[in-house]
Design a binder for this molecule. Sequence first.
Ligand code: E4P
Length: 218
Amino acid sequence: MKFFVDTADVGEIKELAESGLIDGVTTNPSLVAKSGRDFKTIITEICALTDGPVSAEVAALDADGMITEGRALAEIAENVAVKVPLTWEGLRACKTLTDGGTMVNVTLCFSANQALMAAKAGATFVSPFIGRLDDMGLDGMELIEEIRTIYDNYLDLNTEILAASIRTVGHVKQSALAGADVATVPPGVIKALVKHPLTDKGLEAFMADWKKTGQKIV
Ligand code: E4P
């Protein structure tokens, strides 16, 4: 399973990229607004920090506008994945951009039929938003399971399932169990994945006992 980091904070991405555990990055207009920085500068900096796909979202709502913006974003670096919304216009743009060799992440996916259409449009990634479905009292994980089943039914559908809107460590585990190809995870949740109180307790006891031996390894 690949891990993308879901942020437009270049400092956080740098720190995580240095661990070698991150396979790509996703941004969205809200994350860019939160950073308060210039969008293309952020994408340029992120693309220099990772070889993996870096999602950069278009702002146009019509297919022609999305294609123009998508091509401009794709010129920033070869690892840019143009992000388009899951609308009819977005799918038209997706088809043109992927036919031209550009990676496309189709975002704001909330149903299995939408994911089927994204795959038909040749999407590189489809992003089902788990947390936002959970927020409505629905089961976001059920959507990942449905998409996995549908994509596995048809060998010609090569779109990767990118579990998005992940809010908890439980979401990451459930996405992995459901067979998502990628999870895009906020930095804080990525760090929380390695935490367990029994690990901390066990390490403390081992270190106390090691001290008693008076030995050194190097
Ligand atoms: C995915 O690409 C989105 O940037 C992100 O996961 C949205 O998460 P949110 O629903 O927590 O805003």
